[in-house]
Design a protein around this ligand. Structure first.
Ligand SMILES: [Zn+2]
Length: 425
């Protein structure tokens, strides 16, 4: 007995009420062009209404349609079937339910599964090229996959969330930002929601999408100092401990330091001083954490500090702040914060003074970091942000916001997957 393709098909995906009638190889000259897999209804099983799934009386038969199937040995494969129409007592004359097909799509469910999973590993364009289909077909497959996942995901046990804004697109207009909500619990880190804009309204939409129950059950909310977010979090999730994310605060200090460096480098170069050139090249070394600067960079940094430049003083302030995170007690951290802001405000370095004022204004939220007692992981939000960047960058070919949104849920949402009888990839 020889192995037949039908045997494989019956083994990996058997559709109740249907049989594989024949498998044909269509050739073009001496080249294999496509494989056609013809299905037929099982004579003893009545057709089912595609709306409600209940068996219904037959009405008529439509002409044969075809659905793109998972390619076999690199040969395009199609399922062929002439759908029956049924007369459902409730839904009238409708086309029958076909377990391999969803709606009007000409792509079989198995193939949508296949394309959707590959679209996580490759860019959508590459996926389309490798499997000789269109970008739109990949997009539709991912959309089906994601929609199913969102409908079936469970949002129980969400205790900690991170809220952040992500830059996407060009310029600094409001549309160029996305608001994202992550779950950052120890056992489960995933993207819960993404939406356009970074206004109060955007975050309110996101929280509404999670539902009252989830928001009321939150214990920790982690965010940056973006004022609209702070206001919404205070109003909507007042019971949760609101923590300012460490990496955002470090970012704030780094930005201030960089402003100081740029201004001073410009001043010195205008005056013809060689220190100006040197300073221009030191950007990354300065932004590193003090203890991590080694070797030649360490020597350069030492020279900079001895040169009594403003940048050096700003760097020292930034480096000093690292100490803040080492405290165990809220009290100790609070004392240190006072000391640091006092020093910064007397530094006469404008950007650093600005940071000091901002930090002082958010003192309680800053100290919540210590009240959370290590229950919030420092790197969770940053890690997810980096992953988002990987997705948006790889998907350089995303033409629309919608496609990008789908890709983010698809890659970072940890969504449940639609059921399947066989994993093709
Ligand atoms: Zn029906």
């Amino acid at each position: 007995m020889q192995l037949q393709v039908k045997t494989i098909l019956n083994c990996i995906q058997h559709f109740v009420g249907f049989v594989y009638k024949e498998v044909r190889l269509v050739r073009h000259g001496d080249k294999a062009k496509r494989i056609e897999i013809r299905l037929e209804a099982h004579s003893g099983v009545p057709a089912k209404c595609s709306k409600c799934g209940r068996p219904a009386a037959g009405y008529d038969r439509q002409k044969e349609r075809r659905w793109l199937f998972v390619p076999l040995w690199g040969i395009d494969s199609y399922l062929l079937y002439a759908p029956r129409r049924v007369e459902c007592p409730e839904h009238g004359v409708v086309v029958e339910q076909m377990p391999w097909s969803r709606g009007k799509s000409g792509i079989s469910i198995a193939m949508m599964w296949f394309l959707a999973l590959w679209a996580r590993r490759l860019s959508w364009l590459e996926t389309a090229r490798v499997f000789r289909t269109s970008w739109e077909a990949v997009c539709r497959s991912v959309e089906w996959f994601v929609r199913w996942g969102l409908e079936h995901r469970e949002l129980v046990g969400v205790q900690a969330i991170g809220i952040d804004e992500i830059h996407w697109g060009k310029g600094k207009r409001a549309e160029s930002f996305l608001t994202v909500i992550y779950q950052i619990d120890q056992g489960c880190r995933r993207l819960l929601w993404v939406g356009k804009g970074r206004s109060k309204a955007a975050l309110l939409r996101g929280l509404a999408a999670l539902g009252q129950g989830v928001v009321a059950g939150l214990r920790f909310v982690c965010s940056d100092m973006w004022q609209p977010y702070l206001a919404v979090i205070a109003a909507q999730a007042g019971q949760a401990l609101h923590v300012l994310d460490r990496f955002h605060i470090t970012g704030l200090l780094n930005q201030a330091l960089d402003r100081v460096r740029r201004a001073e480098s410009g001043r010195l170069r205008a005056a013809g001083s060689p220190a100006g050139q040197r300073l221009k090249k030191m950007r990354w070394k300065l932004l590193c954490r003090g203890g991590r600067v080694r070797g030649r960079a360490r020597v350069q940094l030492g020279r900079l500090l001895r040169a009594k430049l403003v940048t050096a003083r700003a760097w020292a302030l930034k480096d000093l702040f690292e100490h803040f995170w080492t405290y165990r007690s809220v009290w100790g951290a609070g004392r240190f914060l006072e000391f640091w802001t006092w020093r910064a405000l007397r530094s006469r370095i404008k950007p650093m003074m600005q940071v000091a004022r901002t930090l002082r204004a958010h003192r309680e939220l800053m100290l919540n970091w210590f009240r959370a007692k290590g229950e919030i992981s420092a790197g969770a939000v940053e890690g997810l942000n980096n992953k988002i960047r990987v997705v948006t960058r790889r998907s350089y070919g995303f033409r629309t916001y919608r496609a990008m949104e789908l890709a983010l849920y698809h890659n970072l949402g940890r969504l449940p997957e639609p059921p399947c009888t066989h994993r093709f990839c």
